[in-house]
Design a protein around this ligand. Structure first.
Ligand SMILES: Nc1ncnc2c1ncn2[C@@H]1O[C@H](COP(=O)(O)OP(=O)(O)OP(=O)(O)O)[C@@H](O)[C@H]1O
Length: 295
């Protein structure tokens, strides 16, 4: 069994609820945590990683409260914080060996694991280079490697793909699909395509509250009948549509302009077509345009 239960979790900072009454059950597999800035993703992850304690509610691992499991629980967790920064004066391998020692691994076990992970994240060739010389994406990969040192049963990754280039992102996705089978992986991101390709379920939060949790297919099913394309040659119509609807994208062609919009009711413009929802539409439906544009 590998089960995390989050029960009515609330975290209050001063007078603000960063998380409010969140209840979720998670089993092995990859979960994508999606939400705009300030939604409460990092706060939820910090509580799962025991970096911060809940104001109320509880977290159970295999039916036991993680507070009472204490170090036994921590030994099962790998965590990549959002603001992860490897100690700059360390070389990559040296840093991972140091982290392995902190996690209580013996030297020969650590050497084997560190080299394995350096290869896995594609940093083996540069293992003896100073982390300070690394790009943002390479530093992130060091962070991912340190989170994997103890073969975690629960892997918490706060924006793991921030700063990764497309090639690094693909490598990361492949890596995740290999570890996801026996580990509970929770990853937060603003990048919808990360979630589309690796997550078995998506958890969406906004203003600290759980909006929905479901498989890709379930979430898209809910959006059916709400996404339309409108094609027009009339620029004032384009402006009017932008004022009145949630617009996911605008394609300006030579002849005409096509808008992709979200609406509960069919718009009455001449060239309107109901279309199949995509994940970016879901994001747009629940969150705001500025975030959707980051995709
Ligand atoms: N230590 C803290 N003290 C006070 N308020 C905090 C603290 N940490 C988070 N908050 C507030 O709690 C809310 C949720 O923050 P959190 O960092 O969890 O969001 P997030 O979804 O991870 O955002 P982002 O995508 O920008 O990282 C925000 O309003 C934030 O300002």
């Amino acid at each position: 069994m590998n089960k995390l239960e989050i029960v009515n979790l609330t975290k209050t900072y001063k007078h603000k609820n960063a998380n409010e009454n969140i209840s979720l059950t998670l089993n092995s597999g990859v979960y994508g945590l999606l939400g705009p800035n300030g939604a409460g993703k990092s706060t939820l992850m910090k509580q799962l990683a025991t970096i911060t304690t809940p104001s109320s509610g509880k977290i159970l691992y295999n039916e036991k409260d993680i507070v009472s499991l204490d170090d036994e629980y921590r030994a099962l967790v790998g965590y990549l914080p959002q603001d992860f920064d490897a100690y700059k004066n360390f070389k990559a391998r040296e840093f991972l060996m140091y982290m392995a020692a902190l996690k209580g691994m013996n030297n020969s076990e650590a050497k084997k694991k560190v080299d394995e992970l350096l290869k896995l994240v594609g940093l083996y060739e540069v293992r003896n280079k100073n982390v300070s010389k690394f790009s943002g994406g390479m530093k992130r990969r060091v962070g991912i490697a340190q989170a994997l040192l103890n073969n975690p049963k629960i892997l918490i990754l706060d924006e793991p793909t921030a700063g990764l280039d497309p090639q690094e992102r693909t490598r990361f996705r492949n890596l995740l699909s290999n570890i996801g089978t026996e580990t509970i992986v929770i990853l937060s991101t603003h990048i919808i395509s990360d979630i589309e390709s690796v997550a078995k379920e998506t958890i969406m939060i906004k203003d600290g509250k759980l909006l929905l949790k479901g498989t890709h297919r379930e979430i898209l099913e809910d959006m059916k009948g709400k996404v339309y394309t409108i094609t027009t040659k009339n620029e004032s119509e384009v402006n009017e549509i932008q004022r009145n609807y949630k617009v996911v994208s605008i394609n300006r062609g030579v002849e005409d302009t096509q808008l992709r919009i979200i609406s509960d009711k069919a718009p009455s413009y001449e060239n309107t077509k109901l279309t199949e929802p995509r994940f970016e539409d879901v994001y747009m439906f629940y969150f705001e345009l500025e975030d959707a544009r980051e995709v």
